[in-house]
Design a protein around this ligand. Structure first.
Ligand code: DGJ
Length: 340
């Protein structure tokens, strides 16, 4: 074989074989694969075939890409740190792991058993920064603060900036809400009083103005603006155990909020899940609101699952249908039951 032929052959082998090895993780026999079907409560493989680790999470859309941030709780992590993971997707169904975008030691005076939960990331178009909020606490949940970390890119690495009580109030579970006009809000649970909805400052580095205090003791707070009405959902305070989640509506974020009502048959305890976010997808044919919940597994947190279902919503009513495998067509906003 002459030299030129050998070089050409080597190049062909290199081009064909390298991507196969790079993807070896997903090619291992027995590894689940990312599928077109969303299966509430089941293992949800990312595009490498690994169960998605983005618990208590939140999702933002940047151009045509969704970014899902959450608690990284995979087995075998170095427990000296707390981690926030990031996944990206064009269709809310197939998720690519983009890395652990925050890896953090206990900030200042906190002890090694500190807690980082429910991270949410906002993109600030003015400063061009990605601003992450998360719940910071000690192991007994007595600190009740939010932490902030920032980054120039969606996929890290984020740098920790500070921690504080928003507007001086206790803050445990946090939720994220971005209104149709782009205004960013933080939802936070203030144990003695209820949950608060507050607007972020211009640069998102602070919590600036309280819109409302909903005098209902709820966590896992999430909000959606649908057809001219605000819908707020949340769960009762039962630790990692599921309970009947409830919703209320209001014409403006300031209220007045209606009485809270069940979102699912009480005896199902929200089908074993807890709310974390409501995602609105405005398609060419339909607007769908997806209930995004966690099915916690406190003894094996890495094996906690996700519970996503399209909601029945409209005219002040909201209902979480019985879970079943389903598909979403992101372009049209249409959903369908999946037989597979
Ligand atoms: C319920 C909250 O929603 C979770 O984020 C977590 O803080 C657990 N409580 C801890 O018990």
């Amino acid at each position: 074989m002459n030299k030129l032929l050998r070089v050409a052959l080597f190049a062909v082998v290199f081009i064909v074989v390298t991507p196969i090895f790079a993807n070896a993780k997903s090619l291992l026999p027995g590894k689940p694969v990312s599928s077109d079907t969303i299966r509430p409560g089941e293992i949800w493989p990312d595009t490498d075939g690994n169960h998605i680790q983005a618990h208590g999470g939140g999702i933002i859309k940047i151009k045509n890409t969704y970014f899902w941030y959450g608690e990284q709780r995979e087995q075998g992590l170095d427990t000296t740190y707390r981690y926030v993971s990031c996944y990206s997707s064009k269709d809310l169904t197939h998720w690519k792991f983009r890395g652990n975008v925050l890896k953090m030691l206990p900030p200042d005076t906190l002890k090694s058993n500190w807690i980082l939960e429910r991270p949410k990331v906002y993109y600030n178009a003015k400063t061009k920064k990605y601003v992450m909020y998360f719940h910071v606490d000690d192991s007994k949940y007595r600190i009740a603060q939010v932490g902030i970390a920032v980054c120039d890119k969606p996929d890290g690495d984020f740098t920790y900036v500070k921690r504080f009580r928003p507007l001086g109030h206790e803050s445990r579970d946090i939720g994220q809400f971005i209104d149709d006009d782009g205004t960013a809000y933080l939802v936070f649970e203030d144990r003695k009083f209820g949950f608060r909805i507050a607007r972020l400052s211009d640069d998102y580095m602070d919590v600036e103005k309280e819109m409302t205090l909903v005098k209902e003791h709820m966590e896992g707070g999430a909000i959606v603006h649908y057809d001219g009405l605000y819908y707020a959902i949340g769960s009762a305070l039962t630790g990692w155990k599921a309970n009947p989640n409830k919703y209320a509506t209001a014409p403006t974020l300031e209220g007045p909020w209606t009485e809270f009502q069940d979102i699912a048959p009480v005896e199902t305890n929200t089908y074993g899940s807890q709310s974390t976010m409501l995602i609105k997808v405005v398609g060419s044919k339909n607007t769908v609101v997806i209930f995004m919940g966690d099915k916690w597994n406190p003894k094996n947190q890495w094996n906690s699952r996700y519970f996503w279902m399209p909601l029945e919503i409209g005219d002040g009513k909201l209902w979480l249908p019985k879970p079943q495998p389903w598909k979403l067509t992101i372009k049209t906003g249409k959903t369908s039951v999946s037989s597979k």
